[in-house]
Design a protein around this ligand. Structure first.
Ligand code: UD1
Length: 344
């Protein structure tokens, strides 16, 4: 049984990946500083898998603290999620983002090197692509970022790739996520944003339960089928399974490889809203407002490389994403289980 270190394993994608790893027979260890997550996530993972995952509260940028974890366990591979991820905040506090996200990546690589661990899966993002000028994004599409968060992903990819090139046996897979949404089908883990959600699905679920009056649809005059923005939403469980597939690939293939994880299908804001209303039997009041600065009109993933190399493809539908996101939102608030109980 392989032991996998998960940095940032208490977060939204990290926690779902931890569960899928355990289902696939791996033995995960989580390190997380809990700066944007809760210790309660460990209980959620345990309730699903019936196992307690070893957990260390530490900052990955703290090399000595991280080295102690490497010294205590025989680690076969690492999945690196730890990092700040709020686009807006990254524009206000760029140094905060560059210091944290880049120092974490470098501290981790040095630690892996010291302890002879050569296999890494990195949590990157489609945000590294120049999506203002391209719609179908392949791994070869021109890259350009519009905010410091994006640049930290771009630069971390470069640092990892340069480092791996110096180690003949080392391997890394840079997973470029499209828009992860939804939650584990149990409703025991999910996305828990701090404050007002900046991303679409958490905002929609908060409107659905009455925490917010209405959704603002940012832009209704884009050159898209219905005028609202188009993205490639992917169920977080599918995304998590992509990490399991990437670990297996990296074991057999030295070198560094970037791989998109998306469905390949573009969905508009309005299509997501109407699907959410239909499958959950709940109204989502909305108004069309101005475009959000920096938003691209439309993009989605080319998924061929993930299929060919990782033998992975997304299986869950937009309906599954909307249903599970709502289920998680209600369950985490302790609301009645029947989604038809509340209609507005
Ligand atoms: C954003 C980030 C991206 C990050 C990703 C994580 C930007 C520019 N990009 O992507 O770097 O990796 O989140 O999931 O912020 N929308 C509304 N109303 C809302 C919120 C969103 O209409 O209240 C629209 C947006 O205009 C967009 C779509 O919904 O068309 C998705 O937005 P969001 O969930 O914020 O993700 P991205 O902007 O695609």
């Amino acid at each position: 049984m392989e032991t996998i270190l998960i940095t940032g394993g208490m977060g939204f994608i990290g926690s779902h990946t931890c569960v899928e790893l355990m289902e696939a027979g791996y033995s995960p260890i989580i390190v997380d500083d809990l700066s944007n997550s809760s210790i309660k996530v460990l209980d959620g993972i345990e309730a699903i898998t019936k196992k307690r995952v070893p957990f260390y509260q530490l900052d990955v940028a703290d090399f000595e603290a991280l080295a102690q974890v490497f010294a205590q366990h025989t680690i076969d591979a690492v999945i690196h999620f730890a990092g700040f991820k709020a686009v807006g905040e990254s524009k206000e506090k760029p140094l905060h983002y560059y210091c944290n996200n880049l120092n974490s990546t470098m501290s981790l690589l040095k630690c892996m090197d010291r302890f002879g661990v050569g296999r890494l899966v990195f949590s990157s993002s489609a945000t590294v692509y120049d999506s203002m000028h391209h719609v179908l994004l392949t791994e070869e599409t021109e890259r350009w970022c519009t905010n410091p968060y994006g640049w930290t992903k771009f630069m971390s990819e470069q640092i990892i790739s340069d480092h791996v090139a110096t180690r003949p046996d080392a391997s890394a897979v840079l997973l470029r996520y499209f828009n992860p949404v939804g939650a584990h089908e149990s409703g025991l883990i999910g996305e828990a944003p701090n404050g007002v959600p900046q991303n679409l699905m958490p905002f929609v679920t908060q409107v659905a339960v009455g925490m917010r009056d209405k959704l603002s649809v940012f832009g209704g005059d884009y050159d898209t089928p219905d005028g609202s923005g188009v993205r490639d939403y992917i169920h977080v469980t599918d995304l998590a399974r992509g990490h399991v597939a990437a670990l297996a690939y990296a074991k057999e293939h030295p070198g560094c490889q970037a791989v998109n994880l998306g469905t390949g299908r573009g969905v508009s804001v309005l299509e997501l809203v109407t699907t959410f209303e239909r499958v959950n039997g709940v109204a989502i009041p909305y108004e069309i407002t101005a475009r959000r600065p920096g938003d691209a009109p439309m993009y989605y993933a080319e998924t061929r490389r993930a299929e060919e190399l990782l033998h992975w493809r997304a299986e869950r539908s937009l309906e599954d994403m909307c249903r599970s996101a709502y289920h998680w939102q209600r369950k985490s608030m302790g609301l009645w289980e029947d989604p038809n109980e509340r209609t507005r």
